[in-house]
Ligand binder design. Sequence first.
Ligand code: AHG
Ligand code: MN
Ligand code: MN
Length: 337
Amino acid sequence: MDHHTEDKLAAPVGITLDRFIQQRQEDFPYATGELSQLLRDIALAGKIINRDINHAGLIGINGAFGQQNVQGEDQQKLDVIADIRFIRAFRNGKEVCAIISEEREELIDTGYHDGRYVIAIDPLDGSSNIDVNVSVGTIFSIYRRLSPIGTPPTLDDVMQPGNAQVAAGYVLYGSSTMLVYTTGHGVNGFTYEPSLGEFFLSHPQLKTPEKGKIYSCNEGNLNTFPKPYQQYLAECREQQFSARYIGSLVADFHRNLLKGGIYLYPPTQSAPQGKLRLLYECNALAFIVEQAGGKATDGQQRILDIAPTTLHQRAPLVIGSKAMVERLEALQTVVTQ
Ligand code: AHG
Ligand code: MN
Ligand code: MN
């Protein structure tokens, strides 16, 4: 039997995430194997969260936890569960000396001071969508620590600009579950096959279209956006672009990455610095979008060049297809605020 006939009879499932990581070991800076293991830990925690999310309605883990996080936002039970799952995975893996999480006020010292890496995580993004069966995600950024190996981690280790990320990615718990990541050598996407319990390479070397016809923002806030954003959105409407806004950043970002488009979370009256968090949300997606040929800015400067000053700082975010982001940037310089 020839290969073609064989493939028709039993379609190949492709390459697993584990095998891919193993084969691409040389892509990893410092190639000690620890970063590869860290990505495997993330994939495993992602599978567990995926299970928890799928069971949520049945085993009573939907809904509010009854407390607020450091940012004054109501925590959902699954925010707390995802946070515990990831932190436990990182502690078990022993590759990171420090973790910062959107759900925790302070840096977590894992106690593994020989770990070369630190990680920033939004354990569950879009969690207000969980009760209504809409896609949610996990976002992560990995940095090499600055302090000497063998010593306790410091705040400087986790407050590096996004351009120092060695890897970043997200898990999207959507109509299928996907893991998308970069180590600075392009972007690869993996789809979870629940019956086999494995992620398989489904989107090799992802590139985002140079321009698209989708714009994504919370237009309810339109009247309080700065003028250049209002002007840009007027142009989107004039060109009859499609408005698509899920309200889960990971899901909105992923759609636009594949189809071409722009996502905007501008400064608003109630959130003058924007709403999204530089360290847990913006940096990882900015690294990915650039690796896929797109762009990310806070309206004034490249997201990846912002030097963070506080753990939970926010940044306006304009991210997506290059030509679309550049049009918004051009309007920033000509339209008076
Ligand atoms: P999180 O659930 O991690 O707090 O993030 C919510 C974020 C992001 O996912 C989403 O795009 C944005 O908040 C939606 O904000 P609005 O409801 O203001 O549009
Ligand atoms: Mn989030
Ligand atoms: Mn979150």
